[in-house]
Ligand binder design. Structure first.
Ligand code: GLP
Length: 245
């Protein structure tokens, strides 16, 4: 069952998601939170950081797991997801870097060498709340169309559309955007106890419509949400515009 919340704008949605995260942290100080990159969750992270500061919330026992990481970018590159998560999550929330996990994605990564990530999530007790964004082609994490719904953390080949969309973050444009990444699989994401997907703006309207279209299909990764035990979509009006209400 997918629950859909349509808010007037991104600011209202970010505030609601931040409040939900803060409530979880207060209720379960050792919660395990899955974090996404991209511009979509940035407002929620900022609002959450404010709440933590204002209310002196204990964050010392939390654990965070990022969804994905590019293969072929050094950690210190400003657009590696190690850097992005440090900048948007670890530092503003005031958590120790040892509490925050991002998949290792060395140039010579193999499927065998990245299995450890799912094991680490399981050892941490599993993800209580997984934040998600969505790409224009419906990709989730870096699970591109065609990824099996039972996939574990794996190596993904990025589509040209995804590389084009993400090139806005790179000074050198699309040539600088890696071709490969390590991503939590759809199977990994489906094991989270709650999934919260945010999508804002008209560019996401097709992907949201396709995610909700029945039946689900591996060609539409967002439709994984239809198989999730507890999932909420937070949309603005523009991203919700093509949903059959
Ligand atoms: C990247 C990330 C995804 C994210 C997507 C959308 O490809 N790997 O996790 O959902 O971008 O990004 P944005 O929120 O900037 O639209």
């Amino acid at each position: 069952m997918v629950n859909v919340k349509i808010l007037p704008d991104k600011e209202h949605a970010s505030e609601e998601v931040a409040q939900m995260l803060h409530d979880l942290i207060v209720e379960k100080p050792n919660a395990v939170i899955g974090v996404a990159t991209g511009s979509t969750p940035e407002g929620a992270y900022e609002r959450l950081a404010e709440k933590i500061q204002e209310q002196h919330t204990d964050v010392s026992q939390l654990q965070f797991f990022a969804l994905d990481e590019y293969i072929g970018l050094p950690w210190e590159h400003p657009e590696s997801y190690h850097s992005v998560i440090a900048r948007t999550v670890t530092e503003p929330l005031g958590v120790d870097p040892s509490q925050v996990h991002v998949p290792e994605a060395p140039d010579d990564a193999t499927e065998g060498s990245i299995n450890y990530y799912d094991e680490k999530i399981t050892a941490a007790g599993g993800i209580d709340l997984q934040l998600l964004g969505i790409g224009r082609n419906g990709h989730i994490g870096f699970n591109e169309p065609g990824t099996p719904f039972d996939s574990p953390t794996h190596i993904a080949q990025l589509t040209e559309l995804t590389r084009e969309d993400n090139s806005r973050f790179f000074e050198g444009g699309i040539d600088e955007v890696p071709q490969l990444a390590v991503t939590q699989g759809i199977g990994t994401i489906l094991q989270s106890r709650k999934a919260v997907l945010m999508a804002f703006g008209e560019a996401k309207a097709d992907a949201i419509r396709d995610s909700l279209a029945v039946p689900s299909s591996e060609e539409r990764p967002g439709s994984l949400l239809q198989h999730h035990q507890n999932c909420i979509l937070y949309l603005d009006e523009a991203a919700a515009a093509k949903i059959d209400r």
